[in-house]
Design a protein. Structure first.
Length: 361
């Protein structure tokens, strides 16, 4: 099996693609996988560390750009399509799978016109511009959250869930009942979240004394905020582990009693797999408010509580934290509800469909 996975630019797009690649390699020992991604560090670093082959093409985002940036991006589209066609011709994939992000557009389009089977995976409750457009052309559409099928042509959509990296699935299976602690894991997504970082630091500075004596903090800041957050906590004398990103996410999730997070779809799928209750603060500028809708899905099923960024203050956050950390019964119920939303076989389900489309065994 020769699979080309395209997309990336954020962990939310990239990590499901990596999970599918892992499932392909587990089933087809001689399988060949090629990623076509952005040149962003999150793509190149994560793929290189796993020994996965990748290429880039000349392509720029269009949505959310200035008029000049959008115009320049449009000028690059023919170049990107040319690069994409050359890669497809050289690699000769059995199938091209788009996992979201602007680079998936020209790659999937080139594959379609060259007669290669194509599919896309949509992580969020509301599809992004690239996937919404590609949905008209591809052979199969895999979705993660019920309801997003409304944005795609009928008959192509399969609800698989959001593929999760193998190390997290293994860690989830090995989780044991931990001693009741008060460890909070703060996540801002693969790029970090400046407003969340500021909110948490301000809250700790003002209200640390209100938290339990066994309170511990693990804080993923993103690259730009790591140093000042470390400095702020150092001056407060708080027991905290700070990192721009964490490679050993399974260990971090395992240590957490409660997670404070943005509401990217891949993070929410990881929370469900790891059975972690959460406080969600959706990114307010996400396209089509998709993070708020992602979060609402978790809230509706009793797996999380949500506060919009405009409503969240240090006073509100400390109230939520102290209430939840004192209510072990509620935390356990939220964890059970999160587990009910987990789809640990999502990657295998996508591979099953791809194999059926290609007539392979």
């Amino acid at each position: 099996m020769r699979l080309l996975v395209t997309g990336g630019g954020t962990g939310g797009h990239l990590f499901p693609g990596i999970a599918v690649a892992e499932a392909v390699k587990a089933r087809f020992r001689e399988g060949e996988i090629l990623f076509v991604v952005t040149g962003r560090r999150i793509d190149t670093t994560n793929l290189s560390s796993r020994g996965l082959s990748f290429r880039t093409i000349r392509c720029e985002p269009l949505k959310g750009m200035t008029r000049v940036e959008r115009f320049l991006g449009l000028l690059k589209l023919p170049l990107g399509l040319w690069d994409a066609a050359r890669i497809v011709g050289a690699f000769r994939p059995d199938m091209v799978l788009g996992v979201g992000g602007y680079v998936a557009g020209p790659m999937t389009l080139a594959a379609h016109f060259l007669g290669v089977k194509t599919g896309i995976h949509e992580q969020n409750s509301v599809p992004g511009m690239t996937n919404r457009w590609l949905g008209r052309l591809v052979d199969k559409i895999f979705i993660s959250i019920p309801g997003s099928e409304a944005y795609f042509p009928a008959g192509k959509v399969i609800l698989t869930g959001n593929p999760i990296r193998d190390e997290l699935i293994r860690a989830a299976g090995a989780l044991k009942a931990a001693e009741e602690g008060s460890t909070v894991l703060v996540l801002g997504g693969s790029q970090g979240a400046h407003r969340v970082n500021t909110l948490v630091v301000e809250t700790m500075g003002k209200y640390l004394a209100k938290l339990p004596d066994n309170f511990r903090l693990i804080h993923q800041t993103g690259l730009h905020d790591e140093e000042w957050v470390k400095d702020a906590y150092s001056k407060m004398g708080i027991d905290v582990r700070v990192g721009a990103t964490f490679i050993d996410m399974a260990e971090k999730y395992g240590a957490a009693d409660l997670v404070l997070s943005r509401a990217g779809a891949t993070t929410l799928a990881e929370l469900a797999i790891m059975r972690k209750p959460a406080i969600l603060i959706p990114y307010p500028f996400a396209a089509d408010a998709h993070q708020e809708k992602n979060a609402q899905y978790m809230v509706t099923h009793g797996a999380a509580c949500m506060s919009l960024e405009r409503d969240m203050t240090p006073e509100r956050l400390i109230d939520i934290l102290t209430t939840l950390l004192k209510d072990r019964k509620q935390l356990k119920e939220m964890a059970r509800n999160a587990a009910r939303l987990a789809r640990p076989n999502a990657a295998e389900a996508i591979v099953d469909e791809c194999v059926a489309m290609m007539g392979k065994k």
